[in-house]
Write a protein that binds this ligand. Structure first.
Ligand SMILES: Nc1ncnc2c1ncn2[C@@H]1O[C@H](COP(=O)(O)OP(=O)(O)OP(=O)(O)O)[C@@H](O)[C@H]1O
Length: 282
């Protein structure tokens, strides 16, 4: 819509994986030339460079997964954009659209305490009050509009599903894998050659003969961390939690990646999942 209004739009996101999901997306570090390793407090941007000239022509910046942006990075972006035309206005007068959900993962701060994380959230920036807030209320990812599941996910994200030990009890009917991974690849077979049994599949019942195929029940899958999964949707998710999560939003992000409750399989040490929620920033 913005492009049809002849607006020059640049999409950006904090992580590489999310920026690849956006049309013409770039990582925020690359767009604003943020220096990493110092909390992104400074930028390498140089006024005469071609990149800077291109950034100057941008009208609207759409910055996704904003819960992951650190306050310092947002403020550095403000500084960079003000510096382009020497503008007194925030972000050099450009329109900034932040998208995100503060139930999700926050900026990563090595050995950061809860206070460090909360202080470095963009909600604590001097810029936050300049944004107008809009709420998206419908969960469009869940394909079968399972109201119980949608409510459960929100309760996990808001921390209201937590019990006295900050654990959430999974809804009944959610498959919890007890021993599949261990049986096949670990557990008593750890370190040994393991035989994966072939299974017989019968297919194409309309054929004039009986087609039988024998296959290994193995399919290519990819393992990624919960943090990397943020921003993505998957048809089928196996959540492997040999240890508790440790950061705000991780349980919510992990549980909410699948399009349906039936496509989420969990292997965990407990059916009561640990859930870290900093209610101060919701
Ligand atoms: N308007 C829509 N109509 C139909 N399906 C939609 C719509 N918007 C989103 N979806 C579905 O929901 C999925 C998630 O959407 P999207 O990635 O935009 O959500 P998000 O708010 O960025 O999620 P998150 O931040 O939790 O990753 C999409 O892959 C798509 O399948």
């Amino acid at each position: 819509m913005l492009s049809s209004m002849n607006k020059n739009v640049q999409c950006t996101a904090w992580t590489g994986i999310v920026s690849t999901l956006l049309s013409n997306g770039r990582t925020s570090t690359s767009l604003f030339k943020l220096k990493i390793g110092n909390d992104s407090k400074t930028s390498n941007h140089s006024k005469g460079s071609n990149e800077t000239k291109k950034l100057k022509e941008v009208d609207v910046i759409i910055w996704d997964e904003c819960s992951m942006i650190s306050k310092t990075a947002l403020e550095t972006a403000d500084f960079v954009l003000r510096d382009l035309p020497d503008s007194p206005f925030s972000f050099g007068g450009k329109r900034i659209v932040l998208g995100g959900d503060f139930r999700q993962i926050l900026p990563v701060i090595r050995r950061g305490t809860k206070t460090d994380l909360i202080n470095n959230c963009i909600k604590n920036s001097y810029l936050w009050n300049q944004f107008q807030k809009f709420s998206l209320l419908d969960n469009m990812r869940i394909i079968n509009a399972d109201a119980n599941w949608i409510k459960f996910l929100l309760d996990v994200g808001d921390g209201v599903a937590n019990d006295y030990e900050d654990r959430v009890t999974l809804l009944e009917g959610l498959p919890v894998l007890e021993d599949l991974v261990d049986d096949v690849f670990g557990g008593s077979n750890k370190g040994k050659d393991t035989f994966v049994p072939r299974i017989t599949c019968y297919e194409d019942k309309n054929l004039p003969f009986h087609l039988k195929r024998t296959q290994f029940p193995v399919k290519l899958a990819f393992a990624i961390s919960i943090n990397k999964a943020q921003g993505q949707s998957f048809g089928r998710v196996g959540l492997y939690l040999p240890e508790d999560v440790f950061a705000h939003g991780q349980t919510y992000v992990a549980l909410s990646r699948a399009r349906s409750k039936n496509e989420l399989f969990i292997k965990s040490t407990s059916e009561r999942l640990f859930n870290v929620v900093y209610k101060e920033i919701l």
